[in-house]
Design a protein around this ligand. Structure first.
Ligand code: ATP
Ligand code: MG
Length: 339
């Protein structure tokens, strides 16, 4: 049986710095998926231009994010690593899907509501973002889309678009697994990390630096952000119900520390004797242990910019071969395209 295809992407938004939400929520799983699927990992620069961005830095940021992915353990020999704009078929399929997706369905996407609230100027591209995302996935006929749970709603929309297209024009697209299905199938943890400065919100590149802890960030600065992470007035005051900030610290500890360490802190929490500063210092220590090898690999890779360019050109060639195959079939079924 042919191996199924997996695809996942990340945006070079903000300063283009990968944060630990991206790492624990997505990229750590992407590395594991390489053992089960033919994987394609993309840096989606056409998504990044849906919000404010700096054209002078975008290309550099895209290459930087791709370098981070490889530093995290994505193997460019086994997997395809590409930059979205190098494969124009993504946007072509997006336009076609614009004419398949229902306006009312796209209007229900909560990410648009969150993101448009933060923009002084809201583009049509930001609204259309989930349709482009559907094209990113389906142009490679990917079934497995390992994303953080913040993307589950977009994945549902992608499934709907694939079903509608297949029904109307002919069966071209496999229906991707839902986020929950894939996480269960592969026993992946769907970590959702929140902002240390405002634990009511998810950690997000586009919310700004104080809301993110960068994978490659200076260690002193990481330490400061963890030390000043919002908690609450103490375990005794909350009837055993952890506030979102404290739950986030425990979550990070679970993701990085041995079980005995987590249990010891949990037990102190239950007894009402836990000092949050000690929990924070443990989170910092174990997080840095997890990130150290990634940070070292990044340094090595960044010292050879030509190598990254070669990897990305090769990735684009391999991706384009697959995408143009899909588009030929789609154009034929729609009755468009050159002859
Ligand atoms: P932006 O603010 O520009 O949307 P982002 O920080 O949300 O950036 P994306 O590039 O949109 O990052 O997402 C890349 C991957 O990281 C996706 O699979 C997404 O589900 C995952 N992800 C993003 N933020 C988190 C988070 N806080 N916790 C867990 N996973 C996350
Ligand atoms: Mg996002």
């Amino acid at each position: 049986m042919a191996t199924e295809r997996a695809l996942s992407c990340i945006q070079p938004t903000g300063t283009g710095q990968l944060h630990i939400g991206n790492y624990f929520g997505a990229i750590r799983n992407w590395v594991k998926l390489q053992d089960h699927f033919d994987c394609i990992y993309g840096v989606v620069d056409y998504h990044a231009i849906t919000v404010e961005f700096d054209p002078a830095n975008l290309q550099k940021q895209s290459i930087d994010v791709a370098t981070d992915l490889i530093a995290c353990g994505i193997d460019p020999q086994r997997s395809i690593v590409m930059i979205q704009s190098h494969i124009p078929e993504h946007v072509e399929l997006c336009w076609i899907f614009n004419c398949v997706a229902a306006y009312g369905d796209v209007q229900r996407m909560t990410q648009f509501k969150d993101k448009s609230d933060q923009q002084a100027y809201v583009t049509v591209g930001l609204f259309d973002y989930p349709v482009l995302q559907a094209a990113d996935i389906l142009v490679y006929r990917a079934r497995a889309v390992p994303v953080g749970s913040d993307q589950d709603q977009h994945l549902e929309l992608t499934r709907g678009i694939a079903q509608k297209f297949n029904k109307r024009f002919g069966k071209v697209f496999p229906i991707p697994y839902t986020g929950g299905e894939l996480r269960r199938k592969l026993n992946l943890k769907g970590a959702r990390i929140v902002s240390p400065a405002d634990p009511e919100r998810k950690m997000s590149k586009s919310y700004g630096d104080k809301h993110c802890i960068g994978v490659m960030e200076d260690e002193k600065s990481i330490f400061k952000k963890i030390r000043s992470a919002v908690t609450d007035i103490g375990p005794a005051a909350l009837n055993g119900e952890k506030s979102p900030g404290v739950a986030n610290l425990f979550h990070l500890l679970e993701l990085t520390a041995p079980t005995e360490v987590v249990e010891e802190f949990e037990s102190q929490y239950r007894q009402g004797t836990l000092k949050y500063v000690r929990l924070k210092d443990a989170v910092h220590e174990h997080l840095m242990d997890e990130l150290r090898p990634v940070r070292e690999r990044k340094k090595e890779l960044a010292s050879d910019p030509e190598l990254m360019k070669r990897i990305l050109r090769d990735g684009a060639d391999r991706a384009r071969a697959l995408a143009s195959d899909t588009l030929s079939e789609v154009r034929r079924l729609l009755g468009v395209g050159s002859f």
